[in-house]
Write a protein of this length. Structure first.
Length: 155
């Protein structure tokens, strides 16, 4: 057992749980269907991240992760579509923080499998951030970015 990895996982797993919870609540409040679908997709990704991290926790700690209370990110009572800039900004910042944490974990990881897992999670979080930034730009009527254009052409 590597106590540093266990400690990192004990921080990362609740963060993934909180992110999934946030995206569920934002999807429920979204009145724009594309925004709702984006948050639903991000919910599924964050839940997959949790599964990956919990599997690694089982390997490192020799026991299943026991989820305790998770700090729920607060939304205003009237978190309607009028507040979408704040909601998207909150999500963008959360993804940036998660990306940074996974990059840091990958850089200090000596186990190749764990390093690869952290690198994949970091890439996923960076992709989430780009999607959220693209949604934000689209809501402002800004032109397509190269990333958006490439995604649109592939579809």
């Amino acid at each position: 057992m590597n106590p540093k990895i266990v400690a990192a996982l004990e921080l990362a797993i609740p963060a993934e749980i909180a992110a999934a919870d946030l995206y569920v609540r934002l999807a429920d409040k979204a009145t724009n269907e594309d925004t709702r679908k984006l948050f639903q997709s991000l919910t599924a990704d964050e839940r997959r991240h949790r599964q990956l991290l919990e599997a690694r926790y089982q390997t490192e700690a020799g026991r299943a992760y026991a989820a305790g209370p998770v700090r729920q990110l607060r939304l205003p009572a009237d978190a309607s579509e009028m507040l979408w800039p704040a909601a998207l900004t909150l999500a963008i910042n959360g993804e940036a923080d998660a990306h940074e944490a996974y990059v840091k974990s990958a850089s200090s990881e000596t186990d190749p499998g764990a390093r690869a897992m952290y690198e994949i999670l970091a890439e996923d979080e960076a992709g989430h951030r780009r999607l959220l930034e693209a949604e934000y730009a689209a809501r402002l009527g800004q032109p397509f970015s190269d990333y958006e254009l490439e995604s649109w052409v592939r579809e």
